[in-house]
Ligand binder design. Structure first.
Ligand code: ARG
Length: 582
């Protein structure tokens, strides 16, 4: 049981003992840490219900709480607060219960539930660029935090592998290489030569084709025709598409590996295609489809809508499917394969309308059970230091691999200042930590500015700062020949700084719950930083290495081990790897 839950039970019992039943006993962190550790404001609630003075209620409950052996002090503070401070023994005891708990004290709110997490979403034949960073970083953290909270999380990349971009690439390749076997009449997949394409070729072909299609209508029409033919099973295009898919997947996987982002499934839009007939039949049977200039659309406008809510096109007049079609068919697929309780999408917030439309059609057509939750975790933009969307020096979109190179090289030169043996691998870890922390410290829906020097600073609210303090703890433990895993309860709490660190450690489980209910890893990120900062303060006050009282020294060493364990645990859930030296 987390500290918060235990305290709420205690306060609830105290209200009960004073004759006040009901849902009262909420406890929050103290708004005045100089006066107390926790507070309950529920005297106000009860006073309203009972038409009494909050003072009368608060004083009685505080007196009741004061009798509890775990409480150091509970006092009423006007106009209606109950200020609570717990005993040190109780704090220590709770801390070591948390450490020994198999879930690290985290409430298993997801227990028994399946959560399908749709994140990543790269597009085949295009390199990953900075626009793909946030979904990968946030999605990976939500996946791991979700698992720590007991959810059966299924991460699916949902590749964009079925739309016009593919048609454009195939058309451009056809113009350049008309002799390729896959472009010949009567092409036979089994006997014909193998086609070779490289990621470099694709990454040059796609922008060229895309630019041409914007200037030349015929070019666009031809690419559209190829897309439609591919979608209806043209053999040669299909074989070429499969090659492009494999090459692209292998290439984006390299970036995801560097970022420590891992998917359970590499399904794409194309994997939903077999479910399109069922989708169309369901929509038809329910009378949801309407013809609009030859296209099939579903109306989703609701009376209460204040902003425009256009109908959803599910089949274009040429019979081809679009983004919404495959998203809906994917819902059918996921329902069949995973029977999820929740489906969450970590996608750029500019796609909010698309998802609202998709969710509405899915509900109208009962593609999932009534209780299945759809959630759109829309994220904001990563800007440059100038506050405008992040661009390369010449104004282009930066590829993710260049961004990773930049952070790695910058980290390496910083590391070399102190350590001539610094490795590229550590530099990558530190660079990725900087990138991820700089993102995850914000609520996903906010924009933020990326600044490589600021993100990589060892001082300040950064990923490097956390890794650095973790390294300091490891250094102390090593110097005193301590096994970080051997943790025994500490004896006493020697200072306010030490107590603060313990309180932050104790509030850690709650931050996981907040992250899931508020759809934001920032709660865990913020507390991880706060713990590192509280450690730094504590360590500045006490000279642990030189402490002569062995019992005191051991007590502190145990606290350092708990701090280290918590930092490692949290960073892992944020998808951040630690280093041993900095
Ligand atoms: N490939 C899409 C894009 O680049 C993102 C996919 C998001 N997920 C989804 N189920 N639509 O915009």
């Amino acid at each position: 049981m987390s500290l918060k839950i235990e305290l709420e039970k205690m306060v609830k019992d105290a209200f009960k003992a004073c004759g006040y039943e009901g849902n009262v006993g909420n406890v929050t962190e103290s708004k005045r840490p100089d006066l107390c550790q926790f507070q309950s404001n529920d005297s106000f609630v009860v006073a309203k219900q009972e038409k009494k003075n909050p003072k009368e209620i608060g004083e009685a409950v505080a007196a009741e709480l004061d009798k509890d052996s775990r409480v150091k002090e509970a006092v009423f503070a006007a106009p209606g607060f109950i200020n609570i401070t717990m005993n040190d023994e109780y704090l220590i005891d709770s801390l070591y219960k948390m450490v020994n708990d198999e879930n690290f004290g985290i409430k298993q709110i997801g227990s028994g539930e399946t959560l399908v997490l749709d994140y990543g979403g790269p597009n085949v034949a295009k390199p990953l660029h900075v626009g793909h960073l946030r979904t990968a970083v946030i999605g990976e953290a939500v996946k791991r935090i979700g698992r720590a909270s007991g959810y059966n999380v299924i991460g699916d990349i949902h590749l964009g592998d079925w739309g016009l971009p593919i048609g454009l690439v195939i058309y451009e390749l056809k113009l350049r290489n008309p002799e390729w076997a896959c472009f010949q009449e009567g092409f036979d997949a089994d006997t014909d030569e193998t086609i070779t394409v490289t990621p470099e070729l694709l990454y040059e072909v796609y922008p060229t084709a895309s630019a041409k299609s914007k200037e030349d209508e015929d070019y666009l029409a031809a690419a559209r025709e190829i897309t439609a033919k591919l979608q209806s099973g043209h053999k040669g295009y299909y074989v070429l598409w499969e090659v492009i898919l494999e090459v692209s997947k292998a290439d984006v996987k390299k970036d995801y590996d560097k970022l420590d982002v891992e998917f359970d499934y590499w399904y794409g839009e194309s994997d939903a295609v077999p479910y399109i007939p069922e989708l169309m039949k369901t929509l038809n049977d329910k009378g949801l489809i309407r013809d609009s200039d030859g296209a099939k659309v579903v109306d989703v406008l609701e009376e209460t809508d204040k902003s425009p809510m256009p109908p959803v096109i599910v089949e274009k007049s040429d019979g081809s499917s679009i983004y919404a079609t495959t998203d809906l068919a994917t819902i059918i697929q996921r329902q069949k394969d995973f029977n999820p309780d929740k489906i969450w999408y970590v996608v750029d917030k500019r796609q909010g309308l698309h998802f609202e439309q998709v969710f509405r059609v899915a509900r109208k057509a009962n593609l999932v059970g009534e209780n299945t939750e759809f959630e759109f975790l829309g994220f904001g933009t990563m800007n440059g230091p100038d506050g405008k969307p992040f661009k390369t020096r010449d104004g282009g979109v930066m590829s993710l691999s260049s961004l990773l190179n930049t952070v790695q090289t910058t980290a390496k030169s910083k590391l070399l200042e102190n350590n001539p043996n610094a490795t590229d691998e550590d530099a990558l870890r530190i660079g990725v930590a900087a990138l991820k922390f700089g993102d995850l410290i914000n609520h996903p829906s906010s924009d933020y500015a990326f600044d490589v020097d600021k993100f990589l600073a060892f001082e300040g609210k950064t990923g490097s700062y956390i890794l650095y303090n973790n390294v300091r703890i490891l250094g102390i433990l090593e110097r005193l020949q301590q096994d970080p895993e051997m943790i025994a309860p500490q004896k006493t709490i020697a200072s306010e700084n030490e107590r603060n660190l313990i309180l932050l450690l104790l509030r850690n489980p709650e931050q996981f719950q907040m992250a899931m209910t508020e759809h934001s890893p920032s709660y865990v990120t913020e507390n991880t930083y706060n713990i590192a900062a509280a450690f730094a303060k504590f360590y500045a006050e006490h000279n642990i290495v030189k402490e002569e009282n062995v019992e005191q020294q051991n007590s502190w060493l145990n606290l350092l081990k708990v701090t280290h364990k918590t930092l490692e645990f949290n960073l892992d859930k944020l998808g951040i790897k630690t280093v041993k030296a900095m």
